[in-house]
Design a protein around this ligand. Structure first.
Ligand code: AMP
Ligand code: GLY
Length: 423
């Protein structure tokens, strides 16, 4: 089979590694890919948002399956363009990807179908939002309705912060049109867990759990980022919690989307908060998490193409989804200063060290191949993942492997997976 991966981050590199291990794949392409993916796939310089060019390329190369990685093209309907052209694509249609594209949509869906989540109100008028806040309980959470690179969520400790947040989102439009509408949500406390699920429109199969560290600095300090590291599985996601989520969250979400005429095919990412009152949905995403994919996929035993094909064909119930009985930790190597200002263009050394090491991976996120070699080209540069027989060993292995890589202004958190010490 010929397979095209749309995207060029660490998540797509993790997908590419898994595809390259598939017995069904003869040739792999990526658009636009990156310097790491280029070792496994032929990369073509087409934007993830350019549906016409992507479809034309897939036709020209006789691509059998296209996998769309990022949220933006899914929410914009790039999967629909493939389907309309009679091409097979893995990723939800636009009318289903709205579960990530609009927080108001997902909150209304959960309310209508009794899926556990925080209490909320939706506002498209700043004055109404401000007067609602006057009597609301603090802390409180403000969320831009639309996509905002994972940064459109503001946790506000008091009324002043909340009012300033409404101004940031709705009046100053820091996230553009994404803030035309906002969700104001009850603040929840508990452990966070990410569970990524394969979906075929009717059936849903959760993968092993993972946890992300979103803040830039150790001890969950600093600004929110796209994610500074992950571990899998989460020791807090017990069998009882899994059973509850399957019955009350995952399958009900599939059924709700079907009932709305929005059959969801692809990856449904359930961001959960394990509260005292039980698990509740923080957010849905319509794709693999980044960097959750970098710890979940290396532990997956199945052939990823077989699973994705089963999703497209509505036969996911025939798949026995299996994960290794071990653990993985991913530490993001970032450019110092991320997520604000940072320099790039520094030569990266040590990448080859990973070539002959089983159970170790270096996923490229912000890198570029130049005549000087591979250089840094973004805030999140690389994801260093290692497996181990348990989380402690996986963490020790991952931090050891971070030492193999060097570049000027290399920055990482030193406490990825540390929550497990409290166990
Ligand atoms: P989201 O993009 O919706 O996952 O939100 C980003 C982060 O904000 C989450 O990972 C949580 O840490 C936090 N968050 C979102 N919603 C809530 C909530 N209702 N209560 C507490 N924290 C929240
Ligand atoms: N790591 C969080 C996300 O991919 O949305």
């Amino acid at each position: 089979m010929k397979v095209l991966i749309v995207g060029g981050g660490g998540r797509e590199h993790a997908i590419a590694v898994k595809c390259s291990e598939s017995k069904l794949v003869d040739k792999l392409y990526a658009a636009p890919g990156n310097a790491g993916i280029a070792k496994l796939a032929e990369c073509v310089d087409i934007s993830v948002m350019d549906a016409d060019k992507l479809v034309a390329f897939a036709k020209e190369k006789d691509i059998d399956l296209t996998i769309i990685g990022p949220d933006d093209p899914l929410v914009a309907g790039v999967a629909d363009a493939f389907t309309a052209a009679g091409l097979r694509v893995f990723g939800p249609a636009k009318n289903a990807a709205i579960i990530e594209g609009s927080k108001a949509f997902s909150k209304d869906l959960m309310k209508k179908y009794n899926i556990p989540s925080a209490a909320y109100e939706v506002f498209d008028n700043a004055n109404a939002a401000l007067s609602y806040l006057e009597t609301a309980k603090m802390p409180i959470v403000l969320k831009a309705d639309g996509l905002a690179l994972g940064k459109g969520v503001l946790i506000c400790n008091n009324l002043d912060e909340a009012k300033a947040g409404v101004k940031t989102l709705m009046l100053d439009k820091q996230f553009g049109a994404a803030g035309d509408k906002i969700v104001i949500e009850e603040f929840m406390t508990g452990r966070e867990v990410s569970v990524l699920c394969f979906c075929d429109g009717t059936h849903i199969k959760p993968m092993t759990s993972a946890q992300d560290h979103k803040r830039a600095k150790d001890g969950d300090k600093g600004l929110n980022t796209g994610g500074m590291g992950t571990f899998s599985p989460s020791p807090f996601y017990t069998e009882d919690i899994d059973k509850f989520c399957k019955e009350k969250i995952y399958q009900p979400t599939m059924d709700a989307m079907k009932a709305e005429g929005r059959d969801f095919t692809g990856i449904l990412f359930c961001g959960l908060m394990l509260t005292e009152d039980g698990p509740k949905v923080l957010e849905y995403n319509a794709r693999f998490g980044d960097p959750e994919a970098q710890v979940v996929l290396p532990r997956m035993i199945n052939d990823i193409i077989e699973v994705m094909e089963a999703c497209i064909d509505g036969k996911l119930d025939e798949i026995d989804l299996q994960f290794e009985d071990n653990a993985a930790v991913c530490v993001i190597l970032a450019s110092d200063g991320y997520p604000e200002h940072y320099d790039k263009g520094f030569v990266i050394s040590g990448l080859d060290t990973f070539d002959d090491k089983d159970g170790y991976y270096v996923f490229h996120a912000g890198t570029k191949l130049t005549d000087k070699g591979i250089v840094t080209n973004g805030g999140r540069v690389l994801g260093v993942t290692a497996k181990g027989e348990d989380l402690f060993k996986a963490r020790a292995n991952a931090y050891e492997a971070t030492k193999w890589i060097d570049f000027e202004n290399k920055y990482m958190r030193n406490d990825i997976g540390k929550a497990i010490d409290e166990q």
